[in-house]
Unconditional design. Structure first.
Length: 411
């Protein structure tokens, strides 16, 4: 009969692992004041995509001061830091985005944005601070992991997208990356929780603009016209049938017309109308299909009314698909980091998009959400809101997640 009780050696091993975990947590939490200071400094000087000059300079100065090898000016303002461990081994990449949004901040805080009309309203200042904290910690503890860690400070996630040009510049090469992880501070989850999901986490993002050309005329003589507004109204209604009748009901998709511009006077029938919108879906099999149906509907409605159209349709980001093995790695680490098992949230999909998806198309990886909302402190406004902010105690938790993933992957 084989004993099911642990041996003395396994008990000792468990004790050592717990002591090591406690040490890591304590050392990372000791960085909290620095993390907050870095984040607030970045928050005060937000910059739009591919314009992150001050942000990149801030990161460069920190990495240089810590003696961390890094390359700058990748895809204009991107930076990649390389931190080797104690021996050869696998290569893990960590990605953090740096850009802000064209939003006027309404928070009245000491670290309020100093750049008019620009704000870190999505948490990228926190992502950059977490990545810096991870770089600092790992550079001081190279003996705790093998292989190499590459930390990617990426520009322009909010658009037009900095991931693809960074990949094209070779950030996943020399040394070749074996896996990649990233996180997003998430005010849709409460502080102290982590959202981890295998498979599709975030949606593909596709955009369209369309001009419908009719024939204008007098509002009292519609028989002499082709009313672009009437045609466009029918198109908008018909586009909703794509999701309702063409998409498998088990899947999820969105077709949204967000803009409509037409007409110039109450008694004039418009000769043209312009619409624009977005398409979202999780299942990659719909790539190309929804765009095809959208144009077929527009063409059919226009033909039935004697109108014409010009359509521009393009994909911004593909769906973000987490790799199963990397997701299990992150989930196993999350169960050690969060205080309770309920703190790991498995179903946390969003129709929001992310260009981290381009990295995940190249190498196995996992992107996860780090709960950052604290309603009791008034820190629960949604992302992209002019009063968005988050509980900064989440910063050290983010560093701990990254560090533990490194130690588990690179061993």
């Amino acid at each position: 009969m084989v004993s099911t009780f642990p041996t003395g050696n396994s008990i000792e091993g468990d004790r050592e692992a717990l002591q090591s975990a406690d040490r890591v947590r304590l050392e990372i939490r000791a960085l909290q004041s620095k993390l907050v200071r870095w984040r607030r400094s970045l928050h005060q000087k937000p910059e739009l995509g591919f314009q992150e000059v001050l942000t990149s300079q801030f990161v460069d100065e920190k990495l240089t001061a810590w003696g961390i090898e890094h390359q700058t000016q990748i895809a204009k303002t991107g930076i990649v830091a390389t931190i080797p461990g104690n021996s050869p081994g696998p290569v893990l990449a960590i990605r953090a985005d740096m850009d802000a949004l064209p939003i006027q901040e309404q928070n009245e805080v000491a670290y309020k944005s100093q750049h008019k009309g620009i704000m870190h309203a999505c948490g990228h200042d926190g992502h950059t601070a977490i990545a810096l904290g991870t770089a600092y910690y790992l550079s001081q503890h190279r003996q705790d992991f093998s292989g190499t860690v590459k930390i990617i400070f990426q520009p322009a996630e909010e658009g037009p997208g900095g991931a693809k040009p960074m990949i094209e510049a070779g950030v996943l090469k020399n040394p070749d990356v074996d896996g990649i992880i990233g996180l997003h501070l998430w005010n849709n989850l409460p502080l102290g929780t982590i959202g981890v999901r295998q498979g599709a986490l975030m949606a593909a993002v596709e955009l369209f603009r369309c001009t419908i050309q009719g024939k204008g005329g007098h509002g009292a003589m519609p028989d002499q016209t082709v009313d672009a507004i009437v045609v466009t109204a029918q198109i908008i209604n018909a586009l909703q049938t794509i999701v309702a009748r063409n998409i498998n009901p088990i899947d999820s998709a969105v077709v949204t017309v967000g803009e409509l511009h037409a007409g110039s006077a109450m008694n004039v029938i418009a000769d043209s109308a312009k619409i624009s919108g977005t398409v979202r879906y999780f299942n990659p099999q719909y790539e190309g299909y929804i765009s095809q149906r959208l144009e077929e509907i527009i063409a059919g409605v226009c033909q039935s009314h004697g109108a014409s159209y010009e359509l521009d349709y393009w994909q911004l980001y593909p769906a973000l698909i987490n790799h199963h093995q990397m997701t299990e790695l992150v989930r196993s680490v999350a169960t050690d980091v969060v205080e309770t098992p309920a703190g790991v949230v498995p179903e946390c999909q969003t129709m929001g998009g992310e260009d981290m998806s381009f990295f995940l198309q190249q190498v196995p990886g996992c992107y996860f959400f780090l709960g950052s909302a604290n309603p009791e402190k008034g820190l629960a406004y949604p992302h992209h809101h002019p009063r968005f902010d988050f509980d900064e105690s989440v910063l050290s938790m983010g560093v701990e997640m990254f560090v533990r993933c490194v130690e588990k992957f690179c061993r």
